[in-house]
Design a protein around this ligand. Structure first.
Ligand SMILES: [Zn+2]
Length: 301
């Protein structure tokens, strides 16, 4: 099968520069490998997601020259595949019901905090039997042991899922399938062999690898990009504005300038100058992408 990259935003708001940088890096890497690139809408959390926001995100990506090879996949329409995966895990004894409330989970303050701000579930309900698969809060019994992978950007990594996430929730009490299940099932079914995403998600990789293994899916390559920060290096906050294409256009910063700045920040250009996405492909290589955070120009905020 042809190699496949993907960009998988949640349609909960406008794409900001950090999202657009991730999209462009995944697109460039797929194109540089002569592969496909697909867009997937991670809208399993139907309470927070809006299809109109997803459509606006697709328009923004198209404005920067990035369009999905093949139909955009919406996770909210994929319940059948997620249920089949749950059935398979259930058959292996890999699931258990969790009756912890939000309050219980918040009270588990002594649980270790991962470097990415994750709170590991301590396994309180691990002993609970699950005699039949029922629509309940269900967790994946993550196998013991660390997971090693060679990150395209960060080099050799070694994480213990028990310390970072604990047993992840795969199905929620409200009937929604959870993020880890949907991501892993879809990447597997769509033949995604390279996952590019922000370093804020690095801490869930080991957990997702364990889920891939349990479902018999191949392991993709991973690249965890540094985040886009405020001009002074601090985390981008509300005071910096949304930093989406609409706001930048309002300041006279058009799509070619945005693409050029993103391409420069990914090591494809000597300086930030107007560019089209296609112009950047020849200059893209993972060993030229700086692994750390990148600060947005002060004039843009
Ligand atoms: Zn529990």
């Amino acid at each position: 099968m042809a190699c496949t990259g993907r960009f998988a935003p949640s349609p909960t708001g406008e794409l900001h520069l950090g999202n657009l940088r991730t999209a462009l890096a995944s697109w460039l890497s797929a194109r540089a490998r002569g592969g496909r690139w697909i867009i997937r809408m991670e809208d399993v959390d139907t309470a927070r997601c809006r299809s109109s926001l997803g459509d606006a995100q697709l328009r923004d990506l198209a404005m920067l020259g990035m369009e999905s090879d093949g139909p955009v996949l919406w996770q909210s329409r994929r319940g059948g595949s997620y249920q089949a995966a749950l059935q398979r895990l259930f058959g292996q004894g890999g699931l258990y019901p969790c009756i912890c409330t939000r309050k219980d989970l918040a009270a588990m303050a002594s649980a270790p905090h991962g470097e990415d701000g994750l709170r590991a579930y301590p396994g309180t309900c691990r002993h609970r039997p699950l005699p039949f698969l029922r629509p309940d809060a269900l967790r994946f019994r993550v196998p013991e042991g660390a997971v090693a992978w060679d990150d395209l950007l960060l080099g050799p990594q070694d994480d213990d899922p028990a310390l970072l996430t604990g047993d992840p929730l795969l199905h929620r009490r409200d009937g929604c399938y959870a993020y880890h299940l949907a991501v892993v099932v879809d990447d597997g079914e769509q033949g995604v062999d390279e996952i590019v995403r922000g370093q804020d998600l690095r801490g869930v990789t080991a957990t997702q690898v364990r889920l891939q293994e349990a479902l018999g899916l191949p392991r993709p390559a991973y690249a965890h990009l540094g985040l886009v920060t405020a001009p002074d290096g601090s985390r981008l906050g509300k005071r910096d504005g949304a930093l989406g294409l609409a706001m930048l256009a309002h300041k006279g910063i058009g799509p070619e300038l945005v693409v050029g700045w993103l391409g420069w920040s990914l090591g494809c250009l000597e300086r930030p100058e107007p560019a089209a996405a296609g112009d950047l492909v020849a200059g893209f290589r993972w060993d030229r992408v700086p692994p750390g955070p990148v600060a947005v120009p002060a004039a843009w905020t």
